[in-house]
Structures are given as C-alpha cells and as structure tokens.
Design a protein around this ligand. Structure first.
Ligand code: MLT
Length: 411
C-alpha cells in the first residue's frame, strides 16, 4: 500500500478564481511595470480600520501583555461579550431573537460557509445559485458530493439555479429535490437582492422538502432599500430551516483582520439515517470545538467596538463611501450604454459585457486597454458567462479614474 490522495481534489478547476486573476495581473505587471493598475477585482477593501476599532484593538493587545489580564485559549465559540453585542445589535433591531449559544464566532465567512457542509451527509443533494461564490461549490467537490464533472465544467451531483438578466436575477426554486441550498443575498457576485417575499419562497420550499438553507449575509450592511431582508431569520419560521453566515470583512474592513460569525439556531434539527432528529447546533459546536480554537481576543475586542456608538458611526461612513463609488460605477457604465446590475444594495456591480463578449475576453480587454482589474463572470459559473464584476472597494479617486478610462474605450 502507498499513500493516495483525495481524488475529489482532482475534480476542481486548476486554481481558485482569485488566484488565477492574481496570476494574470502579476504577469501583466511584469510586462508593463510602468502601467498604473486599478484593482476592482477581488472584493478587498481599501479603507483602514476605523479609529474606534483600532482603539479597542490596541487596548486588548495591551491586556495580553499584562499578567493580570493576559488570556490564553478563549472559548472556541467566541467570547460572550461579542456574541451578546451581535444578538443585541444585529438581530434585536430586526425583531429576531437569537440566543448567545446560537452564535459561533469565527475567522471568516469563507471558512464557515466552506466548512459547514462537513456536518451533513455526503448523499445530500446540494443546490447553488449560478453564478455563485466558488467556495460553496469547491468545498462540496472536495468533500465528494459531486459525482463527476460535465463537459461544460458543471458538476453532475450539483443542482444549479440560474440567476441572470433573463429572470431578473431571481433564481427559481429547485425543480428536482435538493437537501442543502446555498443562498447569498445581497448576492456575490451579481450584487442583486431578493425581497422578503422572494426569500420566503425558499424558506417555504425548505420546510416543505425537509431541506436546509445556508444563507450567506456577508453583504447585509450594504443594503439601502427597505424591502430587502437583512437576515433570513426575518422570515417567519426560518430558524427551523436555515443557518446564517455573516462577516466583518466588508462591513468593517476586516478582510485582513479576520472575524465573522455563524448563527445556527437550536430549532434547526435534521434527521439521521434512522429518522431521529439531531440538533445541528450541537454538531456544529462539536465540530468547532474539535477543529477550531477561536478568534484571538484582541480581534474579538476590535469587532465588539464596531457596535459602540462611535464604531457604528465610523463604519457607516466607510460603507457610504463605498456605496457612493458603487453609484458612480453604475451610472458611468449606464451612461456609455452598458447593462449594469447590482450596486444599489451591494458593493458589487455586475456588468453585461459589450457586444456579447466572453467574460475573460472583456477581462483581458479591461486589463490591457484600461489597466483595470475586474472579475470575469464566467469564473463564478456557467450563468456568469457574458458578465464581469467590478467592486466599489477602491478609492473614490481611482473609481472615477477607472470610469473615465472605460468611457474612453471604444467597444
Ligand atoms: C470576492 O471578491 O468575491 C470576495 O472577496 C471573496 C471573499 O470574500 O472571500
């Protein structure tokens, strides 16, 4: 016998989307070092942590250097001071009651949305919207839930729910039975949203079909319109069928600091093979206590400061800044006759490529001719072909400059 690898990994695309983009950009930079590139590809923020966060972060670092206040391992689920702030500030105002032990603090929505599938059976059928954040698909491929690859790069075991201009980016309910449904709204990558009624249809589907929804609400703080739910738990009965993942990355500039959380309601029970109900919350707790040692104390103190009066005000200013960029991108591209979606409740702008260009061709054109990095829609799935995503996370100055460069191109 000799060691063999997990062959599911061989079913993955060669590299993760953002790694592939980084490679192409690095090659371009090497060839044209004099060109000034404007990055609107990966959703990484440009504004630094706000002063209230920095103050709390530094104070917590000082505590770690003092024998009286030093902390070793913290609770794997996160400190209760942060879980309490989450319950009070992110859920109570929505009229949603969440208990402290339903909140699991982590180092990222990427990890949580990728890891959560581990606690479900490999025979479960997974549905994803298409285009989709690649992490949901890739982690299910790694786990072996995919039953091979089709010629077009889709996976046989997955059910894809297209969301395109044709259906106004509102995915249809699955037509064949599914067990796990990944939803992300405001959506990455399209920047579009669902109303409460539209989301309620998925919750009803899950209830009727014994399915569960993994709801990624990482972009919730960018919502500006009234009828857009900030949490899936605003929908009646969702606690029986949904898990919610949230992140401070885009909300508060924590992409490099790392802090997020997942809410697993105690009302969420899933059957085992004998038909007995099992509490999902306990299994996730078991998983986290085995595989994770919690987020560092200073980072959790920094995250707590987001909920102070000062912190709230300061991060709101940053969000408004990015949303002004989003407005500028949307309007500028519309002015030159492009079809543009998203950008109203989200920092992502989803652009239909001109003249039905392929996504990667439009990506190359923007990089070569305007020195702008976007994300090709096709990288998010088949239904992303013919689109490109731009982010509003650059500076106002660069955003304006980028829009001028695009307006100067002739398509
Ligand atoms: C994106 O650009 O889609 C995001 O930055 C990815 C992520 O949050 O991991």
């Amino acid at each position: 016998m000799s060691v063999t690898i997990n062959e599911n990994y061989l079913l993955l695309q060669d590299s993760y989307l953002f790694v592939e983009i980084a490679k192409r950009v690095a090659k371009f930079e090497e060839e044209y070092p004099e060109k000034e590139i404007i990055r609107m590809g990966i959703g990484d923020v440009t504004k630094p942590l706000v002063p209230a966060v920095i103050k709390a972060f530094k104070a917590a670092v000082d505590e770690m250097g003092d024998p009286e206040t030093f902390k070793g391992y913290g609770p794997e689920q996160g400190y209760s001071f942060l879980a309490e702030a989450i319950v009070e500030n992110d859920y109570k105002p929505l009229g949603v009651e969440i208990a402290i032990d339903e909140v699991f603090i982590s180092d990222g929505a990427k990890c949580d949305s990728g890891n959560i599938q581990e606690i479900f059976d490999l025979n479960n059928i997974v549905a994803v919207t298409d285009p989709v954040y690649p992490v949901y698909v890739d982690t299910n491929v790694m786990a072996g839930r995919t039953q091979g690859v089709n010629d077009d790069g889709t996976y046989k075991g997955l059910v894809y729910l297209p969301a395109t201009g044709e259906n106004n980016f509102i995915p249809e309910l699955p037509k064949t039975p599914v067990d796990l449904i990944y939803l992300c709204f405001p959506n990455n990558p399209t920047g579009t949203t669902l109303t409460k009624d539209e989301l309620a249809k998925f919750v009803d589907y899950a209830k009727e079909n014994d399915a569960i929804i993994i709801f990624d609400a990482a972009y919730e703080s960018f919502i500006t319109e009234k009828d857009v739910p900030h949490s899936i738990f605003e929908i009646e009965g969702a606690k029986e069928v949904a898990i919610e993942v949230k992140s401070y990355s885009k909300t508060a500039g924590f992409t490099g600091t790392r802090c997020a959380y997942t809410v697993v309601p105690k009302d969420l029970n899933v059957k085992d093979s004998k038909g007995e109900l099992v509490e999902v919350n306990s299994l996730w707790n078991r998983r986290q206590t085995t595989k994770f040692n919690g987020v560092s104390y200073p980072v959790q103190k920094a995250a707590e400061a987001i909920y102070s009066d000062e912190g709230k005000k300061q991060i709101k200013e940053n969000i408004d800044y990015y949303m002004e960029n989003a407005r500028i991108i949307k309007e500028s591209l519309e002015n030159i006759g492009l079809n543009v979606y998203g950008g109203v409740n989200s920092p992502y702008i989803w652009v239909k490529t001109p003249n039905n260009m392929k996504s990667w061709d439009f990506f190359d054109l923007l990089l070569n001719e305007a020195n702008i990095v976007g994300t090709p829609g096709a990288g998010f799935g088949l239904s992303g072909e013919g689109y490109l995503r731009l982010t509003a996370f650059n500076t106002l100055e660069n955003t304006k400059k980028a829009m001028k460069r695009i307006a100067d191109l002739s398509f």
